[in-house]
Design a protein around this ligand. Structure first.
Ligand code: AMP
Length: 192
């Protein structure tokens, strides 16, 4: 799942993981858990999360690679929030080439306009109280997405695995479109 903060990656990834019986690997969730448990990784990541900056690429790769491999061997995964930079995408690709059985089959880009993203993130702030959902941090995270993550769209477009979905609709409609797309790609239930 490749989308801006607030676009619905977490919601859709949860549903896909449940539907296909595969692992939902959410880099932000993993990092927040590390921070909450005050692990060494959490200590290193905390300030980046609070500011809405991306944590360093090598730290992400350390915590994600093993999980992806385990999930791939167990039947598959939905990646939510990773990769988020070109360096991460290239490192992930190198790793997938090295590790037999790990493939990236489809990249789903949930497209949502900036105003809608802001209002969803504000609503989430009052619902969940995430420390990085403050006004200033929301703006910064949208800028970080535009400057560091948006270039991945072109990268995956050129690899011909990018699929853009209108993410401004109701969650159920978005899920239905994703499922129909995966079915049409032969990635749906029962087809592996
Ligand atoms: P998220 O829950 O996906 O919005 O991520 C929350 C925060 O975790 C981000 O603002 C970053 O600080 C950090 N983070 C999550 N995924 C990554 C990633 N792939 N690369 C760098 N930082 C990340």
């Amino acid at each position: 799942m490749l989308a801006a903060p607030g676009a619905g990656k977490g919601t859709q990834a949860d549903r896909l993981a449940a539907r296909y019986g595969i692992e939902h690997i959410a880099s932000g969730e993993i990092l927040r858990a590390e921070v909450a448990a005050a692990t060494a990784v959490g200590e290193k990541a905390k300030d980046y999360l609070d500011r809405g900056d991306l944590v360093p690429d090598d730290l992400l790769l350390d915590i994600i690679a093993g999980r992806v491999l385990t999930a791939a061997l167990a039947g598959g995964y939905v990646l939510d929030g990773f990769p988020r930079t070109l360096a991460q995408a290239e490192a992930a690709h190198r790793l997938a080439v090295e590790l037999d059985g790990v493939t990236l089959q489809a990249v789903l880009h949930l497209e949502v306009g900036a105003d809608e993203l802001r209002s969803r993130l504000r609503a989430r702030a009052s619902r969940e109280g995430r420390p990085d959902d403050t006004e200033a941090t929301i703006e910064h995270r949208l800028e970080v997405f535009a400057s560091q993550t948006e270039p991945l769209l072109e990268y995956y477009r050129s690899r011909e695995i990018l699929h853009t979905i209108d993410g401004e609709r109701q969650p159920d409609e978005v899920t239905a479109e994703i499922v129909a797309l995966l079915d049409s790609l032969g990635l749906g239930l029962g087809l592996g």
